[in-house]
Design a protein around this ligand. Structure first.
Ligand SMILES: NC(=O)c1ccc[n+]([C@@H]2O[C@H](COP(=O)([O-])OP(=O)(O)OC[C@H]3O[C@@H](n4cnc5c(N)ncnc54)[C@H](OP(=O)(O)O)[C@@H]3O)[C@@H](O)[C@H]2O)c1
Length: 314
């Protein structure tokens, strides 16, 4: 098994070229590439990264371990986690792989218990694991896993994990939580994205409400409204790979900014204006999107994915 998820890049020459890179840099958010500052912040601390088997989670785990943190990597693909942990250790870092299935209450409980028994503390909790789904609702009528997998990975599971780890962070009076959300929750609502966007939006709201309460006890929160990232998640969507966006490594530097500077939010420049327009123009935008959906229908990829029983298809 290889860790090639970090090699996923834009498929399109425009996105990969200087223009695409320049646009990505301009719209941000920009990462923190000051390794000394990151080292001063995280050295000797304990960082928990969910969804660390691939993509942004893997990149974040490697970066934090490089900077001196002891990193707990959680995900379902334990073999893949072990490969990443072995490579981190080989490079002189400190890391441990613990299986985590956000769809299982027992798995979350055991994950949190093992962390607190082994390390006694959590300094950084990066809620990165996520499950994307873009599919017409009629294709999900007979697929309960569409509902279960997305709500578990994006909403219920991260809530349970927060409930398990937050008390110890508040008791110690310190800690920082990073929630990797999506800029899509700031956009106008779009057909086919119901499960993914509603579960990401629900956790965003829950986490921000909790963050307001926990801040008084020294536990801070950054919500990263991520734009396009070239990972396993976006790979099936040709149109995402063709847009300006971040590689997993570059997005990892944005998590570094979140951990060092602890801003309340990190969002691409178009995120806030989109949210304002979405609120102001809700009716015309929804009418337009509905008409477009009826005209375009389902992509061949969605239909093939449902036929094959694949989980997420764009
Ligand atoms: N890629 C984008 O364009 C994009 C844009 C905006 C926001 N995001 C967000 O960025 C985050 C990282 O995504 P990515 O692009 O790096 O995707 P990715 O490469 O597909 O990684 C997703 C990670 O989540 C883990 N995961 C999924 N379901 C899980 C479950 N039930 N329990 C535990 N772990 C689970 C996966 O591990 P296992 O399969 O091994 O469990 C994997 O490590 C996600 O929250 C995503 O919503 C991505």
């Amino acid at each position: 098994m290889t860790t090639n998820s970090l090699d996923t890049g834009p498929s399109n020459r425009l996105a990969a070229g200087p223009l695409g890179r320049g646009i990505t840099w301009l719209i941000g958010p920009r990462g923190l590439r000051d390794s000394q500052r990151l080292h001063r912040e995280v050295d000797g601390k304990v960082a928990v990264v969910t969804g660390a088997s691939y993509g942004l989670g893997e990149a974040t785990a490697r970066m934090l371990a490089d900077a001196g943190a002891t990193v707990v990597l959680g995900a379902r693909s334990i073999d893949q986690l072990e490969v990443v942990v072995a490579e981190i250790k080989q490079a002189g870092g400190s890391a441990v792989a613990i299986p985590l299935d956000l769809a299982s209450e027992d798995s979350i409980e055991s994950f949190a218990e093992q962390i607190l028994t082994q390390f006694g503390r959590v300094d950084y909790l990066v809620h990165n694991a996520g499950k994307s789904l873009r599919r017409s609702i009629h294709l999900s009528y007979d697929r309960p896993k569409d509902l279960n997998a997305s709500t578990a990975a994006n909403y219920i599971g991260p809530m349970r994990l927060t409930l398990a780890l937050l008390p110890s962070m508040r008791e110690r009076g310190s800690g920082h939580i990073v929630n990797v959300s999506t800029v899509g929750v700031l956009f106008p609502v779009a057909p086919k994205w119901g499960f993914y966007l509603s579960s990401k939006a629900a956790f965003d709201i829950w986490m921000r409400a909790v963050g307001m309460e926990a801040r008084a006890d020294g536990v801070t929160l950054t919500t990263f409204y991520a734009g396009a990232m070239f990972t396993r998640m976006s790979a099936p969507s040709g149109w995402i790979s063709a847009m300006p966006g971040h590689s997993a490594r570059e997005a990892g530097y944005i998590i570094a900014r979140a951990i060092v500077k602890k801003p309340r939010t990190l969002t691409p420049a178009y995120g806030r204006p989109s949210a304002v327009l979405a609120a102001l123009l809700q009716n015309p935008l929804e009418i337009g999107a509905g008409l477009l959906y009826r005209r375009l229908g389902d992509t061949r990829a969605s239909l093939a994915g449902v036929a094959k029983g694949a989980g997420d298809v764009a």
